[in-house]
Ligand binder design. Sequence first.
Ligand code: PXP
Length: 238
Amino acid sequence: MATKLSVNINKIATLRNSRGGNNPDVVQAAINCQRFGADGITVHPRPDERHIRYSDVREINKIITTEFNIEGNPKEDKFVSLVLEIKPSQVTLVPDDPGQLTSNHGWDTVKAQNYLRNIIEVFKKEGIRVSIFVDPVESIVAAAGDTGTDRVELYTEDYARIYLKNKEEAVAAYVKAAASASLHGLGINAGHDLDMDNLAFFKQSIPALLEVSIGHALISDAIYYGLENVIQMYKRKL
Ligand code: PXP
């Protein structure tokens, strides 16, 4: 099965924001990612707009020709309104706190079951595919099956960390979580800390993987190899 590569361009906005002005231009970066073969663009607007701004999301929406994935915490009303306005291909719901450096945990789908079911319905009514960010725990993935979500995004930070010592050990929980997702009729996405080294083994271990969203490592690699090369290199890993 082909796995889509969605490029998270938040880091490009972070670089732009460090100087003011519009260099680098995130809209042009999104256009380029698509031209160079990315299957999608991911953005993660946070309430303080320290990376991607809400206005960027609106501008990128005008040029999107691939899949647009908007990530964020639906507890922010502003985020929900933005997603309902844009109607992207996919919304990925992430339980991050407003000031968090980066996402560092998935939903507790057991405790938040009713909350998730209600909010997921709001997006699905508008025809937006929904994915929820989860840790690779079978019971959590099983409970995601009762929320109405279309997909889960497996949080791969642990995989990336343990991969450096033992790749089989690193992927074991993810293989089980993926089997649970398939059993419950859920599509499988993955993201966080995936990179040029660890991506291929993750994909080989989980053939049903539908999409990865990659930001930090891919944009960093682009400094050395250029964006076009890097997108093609990551696609070959998939
Ligand atoms: N998925 C989610 C939910 C994220 O929050 C992030 C980081 O913003 C990613 C994927 C991408 O992680 P990375 O930047 O490490 O590739």
